[in-house]
Write a protein that binds this ligand. Structure first.
Ligand code: ATP
Ligand code: MG
Length: 268
């Protein structure tokens, strides 16, 4: 880009993103492995540590982040280049396609039907302000939305790859890792979600860790399968908030600490 010729929207995206210290995208090759669950718990855990956090959902076709955050009925306010995110706590803000609503007046603030344009609005026109972290929840795979995030988020800290312990985990994690490498985005590490515990047996355990080892990527940790995770998500009160102190919350917090360590280390 020739200096001085940057288009206004790209300039807004750059300026907005420059005010956020660390930007972390949560990705997976396969659907339903727990990206949104990991994203909302990561965002909450960071906010509970008194950090300034934003969480953004670029799942245009099936945004379920608002439900997991208990903000389904919230709608954006502001105008088309000055959109206020939904405030969950003073230091936790959220923006999801689900918060646009079906009100035709409110929908008018979103210029153009293109996914990429919409994502650029989330990045450039939502007034995130100064943040420590922006957590970006993505749809599965490596489609337009994830590509757009990879290309448009300036100074992306890295991606967190979520897998389940099943054998296909290695294949899925490899796809996500290859994608990140092509976009020159660091992989922070792999999270193995829905692992078996003493009380719950579902998909086995160890596949995510094996994938990390095979691919030479850091293993961020394991989150056990816990039926209460579903209720916490459906009820809009994330697990780390509702079940703080429980073993699975401890697992989630250990993963959050590793992500924080990575981000701080990468920034120095
Ligand atoms: N550790 C866990 N234990 C039990 N249930 C879980 C766990 N993690 C996630 N779930 C449940 O699995 C389902 C899928 O999780 P989630 O929506 O986070 O996945 P996703 O990867 O974001 O899906 P999609 O690809 O559709 O966006 C949800 O009902 C969620 O509550
Ligand atoms: Mg999801």
């Amino acid at each position: 880009m020739i200096k001085g010729r940057e288009n206004p929207q790209d300039a807004r995206v750059r300026e907005n993103m420059d005010r956020i210290a660390y930007k972390v995208a949560v990705v997976s090759g396969k659907g339903g492995v727990g990206k949104t669950t990991v994203s909302v718990n990561l965002a909450y855990a960071l906010a509970l540590r008194d950090l300034r956090v934003g969480i953004m959902d670029v799942d245009i076709h099936g945004p379920n982040m608002p439900k997991m955050l208990g903000i389904e009925s919230e709608r954006f306010t502001g105008d088309d280049t000055d959109i206020d995110p939904v405030e969950i706590m003073p230091n936790l803000k959220a923006a999801s396609v689900g918060n646009i609503g079906y009100d035709p007046d409110a929908a008018l603030i979103w210029r153009g039907p293109m996914k990429i344009g919409l994502i650029k609005q989330f990045l450039g026109d939502v007034q995130w302000g100064d943040l420590d972290y922006l957590v970006i929840d993505t749809p599965p795979g490596t489609g337009d939305e994830v590509l757009s995030i990879g290309q448009d988020v300036h100074g992306m800290s890295g991606v967190v790859i979520v897998t389940t312990p099943q054998e296909v985990a290695i294949m899925d994690a490899r796809k996500s890792a290859d994608f990140a490498t092509k976009l020159e985005i660091p992989v922070i590490g792999i999270v193995e979600n829905m692992a078996d515990s003493e009380s719950v047996t579902m998909f086995g355990s160890g596949g995510g860790e094996a994938a990390a080892e095979t691919l030479g990527l850091p293993f961020l940790g394991r989150v056990s399968a816990d039926p209460r995770m579903v209720g916490a998500g459906d009820g809009g009160r994330p697990y780390v908030l509702q079940y703080a102190g429980e073993p699975v919350a401890t697992q989630l917090n250990a993963i959050v600490s590793r992500i924080v360590e990575y981000c701080k280390g990468a920034a120095t």
